[in-house]
Design a protein around this ligand. Structure first.
Ligand code: UD1
Ligand code: CA
Length: 453
């Protein structure tokens, strides 16, 4: 049986942040959330996360009923951190230890490590710049120990094979080795990595699995490394979109901050940001400069440039923007057109309904084929409560009308331009609510006063 221990107690001083390090985002989600996802895919008997700095914040951000939280009150090193979790671990279990600041690791790579039969297997990689990492010290080709950078001599520092921080061993062995780890080193910490030398000296089988894709083992200790992780994550996420059949007109300018389910022949133009969880049906087009968050857009939907969509669901081919702002709870049926400078919120637009320019539609239901003129506003908020506006099928709302909710406009009703509608507008009739136009015959413009008189 497998148990996973994730080390997430460090505060990450080098980030210079009020946020615990493992909550720094990569691809729009906390680093730790990525690791939990990878851990879950291994279907372990338990996932134990060691927390310390900002413990409550970390627990709240990650949640999950399947996680056992272990408090490391004092940060005394990675070995000490694992030792806090071990008493709860099943004695017969194999333990996989993951550092909390390595969010790009893929489940396949972890599986490769778990397949290694050694008593103690670590995941290593060949670093272009090994600075900051523990070095894998080999003797006659076999792993003899791991030397932390701060304790390494010049010769050891030249070693390019470094420790990723991921290792795997039997729980019972780990607890014996950890008892023998001391803190007599440059950082005065209990290093988990000392277990490697202890096990090797005891003639146990120690092995290092060299990762094929070192990019996924990058850790983030500071903002520069975090930015590098983001770059790698983005490259991977864009690759997945391309593989799914999307066209990215300039891949480097598209940012993907969450899972995207993508149909075929989706086109994503430059400078688009995709956040949260999005789903795009076949042939969806996202124009330049759009921000799309938590949207489910049906096949054929077009989002024109510089539109911001959040929590939008379209159920047919619609047209949105340019310059539209669609907020959560917006539902668009087939053939809907939402044009420039239109804002919607909790608004359901029926098939073929149009709001082509300059409107606010909130807490509203708009019937099929209704036409909302430029400048129409639903006055949904009385300062305390929100109220609903119902607009019937085929209704025509003249430009610059205010619909003071709660209010309803009947099927095929017409509202005269400039009306303030605060009562029911009956089906099929013209309703006007504005001052009547009048002209004053013989009226003269004032003339300049004669100063002498
Ligand atoms: C560690 C490894 C190093 C490896 C590197 C890879 C040790 C001693 N060194 O160094 O060999 O090359 O990772 O990135 O293990 N943590 C705790 N409690 C603590 C200390 C740390 O939970 O008392 C957590 C941190 O939050 C972090 C992880 O353990 O998520 C690793 O700690 P960090 O201080 O980043 O270790 P490195 O110096 O990077
Ligand atoms: Ca680290």
């Amino acid at each position: 049986m497998l148990e996973v221990i994730i080390l997430a107690a460090g505060e990450g001083k080098r980030m210079n942040s009020a946020r615990p390090k493992v909550l720094q985002p990569v691809g729009g989600r906390p680093m730790l959330a990525h690791l939990v996802e990878a851990a879950r895919s291994l279907e372990p008997g338990a996932i134990r996360i060691v927390i310390g700095a900002g413990a409550d914040q970390v627990r709240d951000a990650i949640g999950g009923d399947d996680i056992d939280w272990v408090l490391q009150a004092e940060r005394r090193g990675t070995g000490h951190a694992v030792a806090q979790a071990l008493p709860q671990v099943d004695e017969a279990a194999r333990v996989l230890v993951l550092p909390g600041d390595m969010p790009l690791i893929r489940a396949d790579t972890l599986k490769r490590l778990l397949e290694n039969p050694a008593d103690l297997a670590v995941l290593s990689f060949i670093a272009e710049d090994p600075a900051g990492y523990g070095r894998i010290v080999r003797r006659d080709g076999r792993v003899a120990s791991i030397r932390e950078e701060k304790d390494a001599n010049e010769e050891e520092r030249r070693i390019e094979e470094v420790n990723s921080g991921v290792l795997c061993a039997a729980a019972s062995d780990l607890s014996i080795w950890l008892e023998r780890v001391g803190d007599d080193n440059a950082q005065g910490e209990y290093y988990l990595t000392d277990c490697i030398g202890i096990a090797a000296d005891a003639d146990r089988v120690v092995d290092a699995v060299v990762a094929e894709w070192p990019d996924e083992l990058l850790g983030a200790n500071d903002r520069a490394q975090l930015a590098e992780l983001e770059r790698v994550y983005q490259r991977r996420a864009r690759g997945a979109l391309l593989a799914a059949g999307a066209t990215l007109l300039d891949p480097d300018t598209v940012q993907v901050r969450g899972p995207v389910e993508c149909g075929r022949d989706v086109v994503i133009d430059v400078n688009v940001v995709l956040e949260g969880r999005n789903r795009f049906g076949d042939g969806v087009i996202i124009g330049p400069g759009c921000v799309i968050r938590d949207c489910d857009l049906a096949a054929g939907t077009r989002v024109e440039p510089l539109s911001v969509l959040e929590g939008v669901r379209s159920t047919g081919a619609c047209s949105v923007g340019p310059f539209a702002r669609l907020r959560p709870g917006t539902e668009l049926a087939d053939g809907v057109k939402v044009g420039n400078f239109v804002e919607t919120k909790k608004a359901k637009l029926g098939a073929g309904a149009k709001a082509s320019h300059l409107s606010y539609i909130g807490d509203a239901e708009v019937g099929e084929q209704a036409n909302i003129g430029a400048g129409t506003i639903t006055c949904n908020y009385d300062g305390v409560n929100k109220h609903r506006t119902l607009i019937g099928e085929g209704a025509f709302i003249g430009s610059n009308s205010s619909l003071v909710a709660p209010v309803s406009v009947g099927k095929d009703a017409t509202i005269g331009a400039g009306s303030v509608i605060s009562g029911e507008a009956p089906a099929g009739q013209l309703t006007l609510a504005r001052a009547r136009q009048r002209s004053i015959p013989g009226w003269k413009r004032p003339s300049e006063k004669d100063e002498k008189s």
